[in-house]
Design a protein around this ligand. Structure first.
Ligand code: GLC
Length: 419
């Protein structure tokens, strides 16, 4: 048996072992529930060997959808005291216990990828999923567009890039007064040097307490939440997801009215995140209009959204040149760079996959291949880690990680490649 086969087998085993019956956990211990964008990516991985399981993953995710269309960032299917903050802190009243915030919407894009592998079997499932996905997308546009049509997050966790330096200034301007005593669980699973600091964590919990006290009412949050940042990840992913949903709906003969208009608005929103001062897409504070002043791996999701930008392509060359283990979540040249601390420097395989798919779709085949090769090397050398030290390549965070295994199966593994 060669090394490639071993990796395939290991990746499949990780998905199977992280399966909790209809949904996968990102990794045992550290993340014991269903996470939104992790699950969408897991579906893409499952589709390489079990398409019906891939659909089940997406269906289970949408079983937690709220009446207003929001799909939660975590669904607490079964209580697990090893995780904090759990359902008793969030105080939510959706159909299944969940958090009150969402995560970047990549489900439509992954659904389209799964659909393409077996269209006939998928059509009836997708017809049911379509209105649910559309309701979620519309929820973003209704509640989270800023005055320039970019899409905002109301909690750092909503970006999926929890402690990225983009959020520093907004968090510093907030108080965590009254947050009270609590016990973190993440730092008992993973070395604290790889996790967000206490300063950040206090503010994460304060924001959860505020949301709960406002009953997760979006109108009230709009008026009172001090943290509102237009986010490149969410904006680019929603734009891409909308395009995929339009393609799916058109092919299935469903009502797609209005989606094209939303795409036009989102395209403007995405373009508005261009920060000429740093020559990159950037996050922007919706309260003050100020850019965060940070390039990040999310800046390179523009191609995934179908947006071309020559300067961003030059920045990609720099990102490739500055480390052997691209793409660092925050530039290696920045004063805030920390090669092991979560979203302040480490390399994430699933981000590389989305960036790589975007590059390939836009015709930048050479860069896409380069990124795929670098990501394959990381996983071959250091395993299916949550993320990787972007200076040394070493594994960091949780192990046997669902989305890293899915990336291997769906994007890297040449035996499974369909392109
Ligand atoms: C962390 C990541 C987030 C991910 C979650 C589960 O919070 O920042 O993107 O969804 O872990 O893997």
């Amino acid at each position: 048996m060669n090394a490639q086969t071993n990796h395939n087998r290991e990746a499949r085993n990780i998905l199977i072992q992280n399966d909790r019956g209809g949904y996968t956990v990102p990794t045992a211990g550290l993340y014991p529930y269903q996470w939104n964008w992790d699950s969408a990516i897991a579906a893409f991985g499952f589709a390489t060997f079990d398409i019906s399981r891939a659909w089940q993953e997406l269906e289970t995710l949408f079983s937690g959808q709220w009446e207003d269309g929001m799909v939660p960032h975590i669904i607490f299917h079964k209580p697990d005291p090893s995780y904090f903050p759990g359902p008793d802190v969030w105080h939510c009243s959706g159909p299944i216990a969940s958090t009150g915030i969402t995560q970047p919407p990549v489900a439509a894009t992954m659904a389209r990828k799964v659909y393409e592998q077996d269209k006939a079997a998928a059509a009836p499932i997708l017809k049911k999923l379509f209105p649910k996905i559309l309701a979620w997308h519309r929820w973003f546009i209704q509640w989270r567009s800023d005055d320039q049509n970019a899409i905002c997050i109301t909690h750092p966790w909503e970006s999926g890039r929890d402690n990225a330096p983009e959020w520093d200034a907004a968090l510093k301007n907030m108080t965590a007064e009254g947050v009270g005593e609590y016990t973190r669980r993440d730092t008992s699973h993973v070395d604290p040097s790889m996790r967000p600091t206490k300063f950040d964590y206090d503010r994460y919990i304060w924001l959860v307490q505020q949301g709960a006290s406002l009953n997760w009412d979006q109108q009230k949050l709009l008026e009172q939440n001090p943290f509102r940042m237009a986010d490149p990840t969410t904006t680019f992913l929603l734009l891409r997801a909308h395009k995929d949903l339009l393609a799916l709906g058109t092919e299935l003969g469903l009502d797609v009215s209005g989606i094209q208009d939303d795409i036009a608005l989102l395209t403007k929103g995405a373009e508005s995140l261009w920060n000429p001062e740093i020559g990159s897409y950037d996050a922007r504070n919706a309260h003050t209009g100020a850019f965060a002043g940070c390039q990040s791996s999310a800046s390179f999701l523009c191609w995934f959204a179908g947006i071309e930008n020559a300067t961003q392509l030059e920045k990609l060359d720099e990102a490739f040149g500055n480390t052997n283990h691209p793409i660092a979540s925050h530039p290696t040249t920045s004063e805030h760079y920390d090669s092991r601390r979560y979203w302040r420097g480490p390399t994430w395989a699933f981000m590389n996959m989305m960036i790589g798919i975007g590059l390939a779709d836009q015709g930048h085949k050479e860069q896409a291949e380069r990124l795929r090769a670098a990501t394959a090397d990381l996983i071959r050398s250091f395993g299916f880690a949550e993320y990787f030290d972007s200076t040394t390549g070493e594994a960091a965070g949780g192990q046997s990680f669902t989305w890293t295994a899915a990336v291997w199966l769906a994007w890297i593994n040449p035996n499974e490649r369909r392109d």
